[in-house]
Design a protein around this ligand. Structure first.
Ligand code: 6PG
Length: 241
């Protein structure tokens, strides 16, 4: 049983950003109306940046929002590759109280410990007796079909015994170690918003939409679980290959 899946195709990257901001904003407003708080989990990467900036310009109940990260690179928060740092810059125009941001400790020398601490934080924020169900989660897809920091051929997409995992470096791809939410948390989100743009993403998007082993195409994990899935693509990424 899942909450449905749809694909929205934006004419160009600017429309993708506008629609992305609008969908996140609506999910925030609905969550605040229903439960008094909206919990958002953000991915990094280049694609969502403009959507975050447009979101920050909207009028929303910012004081009732809480911000978490889908994944983080093993760098300090002020490093140019920090997902937290990038999103904070993008969201700077929104009046979100500082204590409403909950970042992953990418700079920790003990990433497994940092993953366990983030898991405890999530349990505490959502309530120990409740599921960790984000109201809205943004996701991306890499050229190798990873989503979050679940990389292909590593077994990471199959991790089910933790909410947060430390991921080894991918030296062949020039990528540092990561912290990431795992598939069960991704699948539990009420709205999963997967953003992809550009012709380079066409093949991996098509693969991710086809059933098959998640270890080969980790972005397939977004299709499982009770939440609603929206593929938000620009025309170039959406075109049938
Ligand atoms: C990260 C991510 C990652 C990202 C994809 C797509 O930290 O890099 O969260 O999963 O969403 O790699 O990245 P682009 O938007 O840059 O293509």
């Amino acid at each position: 049983m899942n909450g449905g899946e749809e694909t929205l195709v934006a004419a160009d990257p600017a429309e993708l950003a506008r629609l992305g901001a609008e969908l996140i904003a609506r999910a925030i407003a609905a969550a605040v109306d229903a439960r008094g708080v909206a919990r958002v989990a953000l991915s990094g990467g280049s694609t969502p940046s403009e959507a975050y900036q447009r979101l920050a310009a909207l009028s929303l109940p910012w004081a009732q929002t809480e911000w978490f990260w889908v994944d983080e690179r093993a760098v300090a928060p002020d490093h140019p590759r920090s997902n937290h740092g990038a999103a904070r810059r993008d969201l700077a125009a929104a009046s979100i109280p500082e204590e409403r941001f909950f970042r992953m400790e990418g700079e920790s020398p003990d990433l497994a410990g940092a993953a366990a601490r983030y898991e405890r934080l999530l349990r505490a924020r959502f309530g120990v007796a409740s599921a960790v169900s984000f109201d809205v989660m943004t996701l991306g897809i890499g050229d190798d079909a990873h989503t979050a920091s679940l990389f292909p051929g590593t077994g990471a997409a199959g991790i089910e015994d933790r909410l947060v995992a430390a991921i080894p470096a991918q030296p062949d791809k020039g990528l540092e170690q990561r912290l990431t939410l795992t598939a069960p948390v991704i699948q539990e989100a009420r709205l999963k918003l997967l953003l992809a743009r550009g012709a380079g993403k066409r093949g991996v998007v098509a693969q991710a939409k086809r059933p098959g082993p998640a270890d080969e195409v980790p972005a397939r994990v977004v299709r499982g679980g009770p939440g609603r899935l929206v593929w938000l693509l620009d025309a170039a990424a959406a075109q049938a290959g």
